[in-house]
Write a protein that binds this ligand. Structure first.
Ligand SMILES: [Zn+2]
Length: 232
């Protein structure tokens, strides 16, 4: 079984879709066959050509970590195919593409000598969760954690409040906006070395706020890993 099929069969991984939307989408697929999230070719949600193109994108993009994070890594720059596929994951209801992206995260992680006890995906707004039907960071985290044989513990981190959209804010405003937006469960994170997973690393404000919450709850170290970063 390929990594893709294995991840697709993970118990509970895609169980979070609201059933109605899934049925609705199945109905749509009878009329409009699925298109590849990377190139738009008909029949598959993710095609071999796009997988090959993604495999050719270098994995070693450098990112400076913001304290209190110990280190941060990304799998590439936010443009081209990686940007297109993340857009599809976030805005076009194609949770399946979390699989190639999650496996890419695991591949990036394998190049690092980080010692990690658990993976925690960055929580999204409950409103967004309701709109989208899933947390894209959680799908990425579940796939990567499964591949790395690490536990994925979404319950360890909660989003306490809805934050303002970050799009129009500068780096300083983003930090202020995210302050105290998260809370970690001391029973789950105390003494643990944590790997935070998210889709995009922009100013780092979200990961910093999550890392601070985990450290406040007793985590011993926090690392960050995202699919892309806008900067090289
Ligand atoms: Zn394709």
């Amino acid at each position: 079984m390929s990594d893709y099929q294995e991840a697709l069969a993970l118990p509970g991984l895609f169980a979070s879709y609201p059933l109605l939307r899934r049925w609705w989408k199945t109905g749509i697929n009878l009329v409009f066959p699925p298109r590849c999230a990377g190139c738009g070719r008909v029949d598959k949600i993710w095609c071999e050509r796009c997988q090959a193109e993604m495999d050719a994108i270098p994995l070693d993009t450098h990112v400076d970590p913001h304290p209190p994070m110990t280190a941060v890594a990304v799998t590439g720059i936010h443009n081209g195919l990686l940007q297109q596929v993340q857009w599809a994951l976030k805005y076009e209801y194609t949770p399946e593409v979390a699989i190639p992206l999650g496996l890419r995260l695991a591949e990036r992680f394998a190049m690092l000598n980080w010692t990690i006890d658990m993976v925690i995906p960055v929580p999204i707004h409950t409103l967004r969760l309701r709109e989208r039907g899933y947390n894209q960071a959680q799908l990425l985290g579940e796939v990567a954690a499964h591949k790395l044989a690490l536990p994925c513990v979404p319950a360890a981190l909660q989003r306490l409040r809805q934050t303002q959209s970050q799009v129009t804010l500068n780096a300083q405003e983003r930090l202020a906006n995210m302050q105290n937006a998260f809370e970690a469960d001391p029973q789950l994170v105390s003494g643990q070395r944590i790997l935070l997973i998210d889709d995009v690393y922009t100013t780092g404000a979200t990961l910093v706020a999550c890392a601070q919450a985990a450290l406040d709850a007793g985590a011993s170290a926090v690392y960050g890993l995202t699919v892309t970063s806008p900067r090289g």
